[in-house]
Design a protein around this ligand. Structure first.
Ligand SMILES: NC(=O)C1=CN([C@@H]2O[C@H](COP(=O)(O)OP(=O)(O)OC[C@H]3O[C@@H](n4cnc5c(N)ncnc54)[C@H](OP(=O)(O)O)[C@@H]3O)[C@@H](O)[C@H]2O)C=CC1
Ligand SMILES: O=C(O)CCC(=O)C(=O)O
Length: 447
């Protein structure tokens, strides 16, 4: 067996019942075969891959809090500090009932290469909890966030580990988490990103992942002589990433016609009304409302229960909800309907089989670790502004974001060509991300 196969097998053996983590490791290592085989002796001697797939530190902790009925609730908190070769651990916190250690590890592992691709000095980490913020009162959210931070504060700091938002963690949660950190540590520092503007947040961070996805997609399309103008776009999700992907797609002249959540999806052939979608998101967070509210307010829209976004005829598909939401049958349907490009706004939304099917059918494919890197890149710009004790205007951040995303595409494209995988942006992203991490790890000795 090759070194790659050995390490994949070891990962499965050492981390049982963590299918998403196995999937992420397999996807990355398989596509790095050409680089790893060329350096196998050296990497093996230094156990490079074994070190890469083992987090530097993995924290699991109890989070007790009191609900509005006076009942004590107990959730589990996680922070996986995966790799700090390039810089402080950086990556979001996810609050969702599906969260477990394997999901946090897959996200943290992906984050290493994503953060490397940004060209900025950030290592990889991720965290979260199985707490469900939906339908909770503000007081309950605050109680949970304060308890979560009362444990987490011991392990994070502006130069060690800088969490941010992800599914279920937006501005409100970041505010409560930051307040508790400051109260315990007495430090006003850039320990979290995604903060509100009034206490050190960056303009354009809210928009950054969705906007960045479109800057990347546009660069990928242009490199293949395709104009986004007039293209029909299917988007999944109705949260932070989806909303700003839809907004930027419209600004660039595309026509996004769908969005979705965990219960159903919207088809709006006249184009999604993004301001209405923003309002529905707010209502959903507070009242557990559903996307039906969008359809009720918008005569051109149809609401469908369950899954189905990928059955809509489109030129471009942008999965922006969650992992494994675009499977082989969805890929077959997209190809049958003439899709030309898929770019991932979410983390690992496309299964390995679906990705291969799309690529085998000449669909341009932007992997999340490259195409959704705009969020974390802008978080690093927020860290830079915090260090400077200064705020940049929206235009300056947005322009930097655009340049970063265009550079990511150029580097991914170049790596793919250099290794003989032209137009395979999955291989290109993994190689370009991996090379910098390996350089940094090698330079720092066996740690
Ligand atoms: N926020 C950021 O800056 C970044 C986020 N990402 C990734 O983008 C994706 C979306 O994150 P974000 O928009 O921030 O999160 P939000 O919480 O704002 O929105 C998540 C959206 O996805 C839907 N969703 C979540 N879980 C599921 C599920 N199991 N099945 C179907 N739909 C689901 C939600 O529906 P419902 O409301 O019904 O739960 C909601 O519409 C995630 O994969 C995240 O890791 C990647 C890079 C950066
Ligand atoms: O901005 C950040 O640090 C978090 C981004 C993130 O979690 C992601 O890229 O998936």
């Amino acid at each position: 067996m090759s070194y790659v196969d050995d390490v994949i097998e070891l990962t499965v053996k050492q981390n049982p019942s963590e299918p998403e983590f196995h999937q992420a490791v397999k996807e990355v290592l398989e596509s790095l075969r050409v680089v790893i085989e060329a350096n196998e002796e050296e990497y093996k001697k230094n156990a490079l891959l074994e070190r890469l797939v083992n987090p530097e530190r993995q924290l699991k902790f109890r989070v007790p809090w009191v609900d509005d009925n006076g009942q004590v609730q107990v959730n589990t908190g996680y922070r996986v500090q995966f790799n700090s070769a390039i810089g402080p651990y950086k990556g979001g916190l996810r609050f969702h009932p599906s969260v477990n250690v394997g999901i946090i590890k897959f996200l943290g592992f992906e984050q290493i290469f994503k953060n490397s691709l940004t060209g900025l000095a950030i290592g990889g980490g991720k965290g979260g909890s199985d707490f469900d913020p939906k339908g909770k009162s503000d007081r309950e959210i605050m109680a949970f966030c304060q308890s979560f931070m009362t444990e987490l504060f011991k392990y994070i700091g502006a130069d060690t580990d800088v969490p941010a938002g992800d599914i279920g963690v937006g501005g409100r949660e970041i505010g409560f988490l930051y307040g508790q950190y400051k109260r315990i540590r007495g430090l006003s520092e850039g320990v979290l990103t995604g903060k509100a503007l009034s206490y050190g947040g960056s303009l354009a961070r809210t928009e950054a992942t969705g906007y960045g996805l479109l800057y990347f997609t546009d660069a990928m399309l242009k490199a293949n002589d395709i104009d986004i103008k007039g293209k029909t776009i299917a988007v999944s999700g109705a949260g932070n990433v989806a909303i700003y992907a839809i907004e930027k797609a419209q600004q660039l002249g595309g026509n996004p016609v769908t969005c979705s959540d965990s219960t159903g999806w919207i088809y709006d052939p006249e184009g999604i009304d993004v301001e209405l979608l923003k309002e529905v998101k707010e209502v959903k967070e507070v009242k557990r409302a559903r996307l039906t509210e969008y359809a009720e307010a918008r005569p051109s829209a149809e609401y469908h229960e369950g899954k189905g976004v990928w059955s809509v005829k489109c030129d471009i598909a942008l999965p922006c909800a969650t992992q494994n939401e675009l499977l082989l049958d969805d890929a077959k349907q997209l190809v049958a309907n003439g899709v030309v490009a898929v770019a991932e706004g979410a983390n690992m939304p496309t299964s390995i089989e679906a990705t291969e099917y799309l690529q085998d059918n000449d669909v341009l494919f932007g992997p999340g670790k490259a195409s959704n890197a705009g969020g974390v890149a802008t978080s690093a710009l927020e860290m830079a502004q915090n260090s400077q004790r200064f705020s940049w205007d929206f235009d300056k951040v947005d322009k930097r974001l655009k340049v970063i995303m265009e550079n990511i595409f150029a580097n991914v494209d170049e790596a793919a060509k250099t290794y003989g995988f032209e137009k395979n942006y999955v291989v290109g992203a993994n190689i370009a991300g991996f090379e910098k991490v390996v350089d940094a790890m090698n330079a720092q000795g066996i740690v």
